[in-house]
Design a protein around this ligand. Sequence first.
Ligand SMILES: Cc1ccc(-c2noc([C@H]3C[C@@H](O)CN3)n2)cc1F
Length: 327
Amino acid sequence: ESGKVTASPEKNDSEYLSPVTIGGQALTLDFDTGSADLWVFSSSLPAADSSGHTTFDPSKSSTWQAYQGATWQISYGDGSAADGTVGFDAVTIGGVTVSKQAVELATGVSGSFVQDTQNDGLVGLGFSTINTVQPQPQKTFFENVMPSLALPVFTANLDKDASGTYTFGAIDSTQYTGDIHYTPVDSSNGFWEFPSSSYTIAGGSPTPCTTCSPAIADTGTSLMLIDDDIVTAYYAQVSGSSLDQSQGGYIYPCSATLPSFGVAIGADYTATIPGSALTFAELGDGTCFGGVQSNQGQGIQIYGDVLLRNFFAVFDGGAKRFGVATK
Ligand SMILES: Cc1ccc(-c2noc([C@H]3C[C@@H](O)CN3)n2)cc1F
């Protein structure tokens, strides 16, 4: 079997939201290849926290099974967090169903989730070694459904300021051009992680970097969070740019011409993003906030939506590989 769902961008393509049905209840969730918990706003949240959100109410699902005593708690790269209890229910994405998917009910969420009223929770599409359920980590939707998919893959075809598609179980050849360039994935940290040992700024042949951090493909991160020395070199080529503490990153006049930025996807391919696609947001005063920002020395580079929205991306759970194609 296979199925597809739309991925609708929030403002500035900060995140992409997709329709999911759980126990017959429709919610709008953020698919996140950088985590492995499927959690939802629940009817047990304080009303002030769930106001504006759609909540999942287990008492209204005839197929809900509580997982007595199980709990979860997660924190994300931006410091946001959520926690709660656990059960199992039928989860359907694009017509593809897992009948007993671990569904984590939020009884606590941090402020940024409260304010993000279009987001009713997350679908983690990383590896279950980083699932936070105690006493027993639970499998992701993708891990559960993989054996019944025509192909053990899902693809992300995110777009700039337009709806895209997540597809489970098929590689839709109408969604890309040319070859898909794959790299093996090291899933030992729970991420779709691969080496990225060269880069290009403003074109030309790639600069090798033996000290470059490995990268992860992370649909749940908005930006590209890159090793500090590379980011410094990039903005050195943007006239009028500066590192603005109050904004938390590099800004520049929106009239500036940005150089292209290319990053290695494994050993054999450089994914190059044109400068015109490397602005994340206009700040309203004629300055712009860059899509390429520092990873603050985290030792991992995070290739988020600023990269992914320019490519067709394949997450291959069978061969444990990640691939990109132009489109
Ligand atoms: C309000 C809100 C906050 C954070 C996130 C969020 N989702 O995925 C991620 C990245 C970072 C890493 O933790 C795993 N993937 N961050 C989503 C939100 F809607």
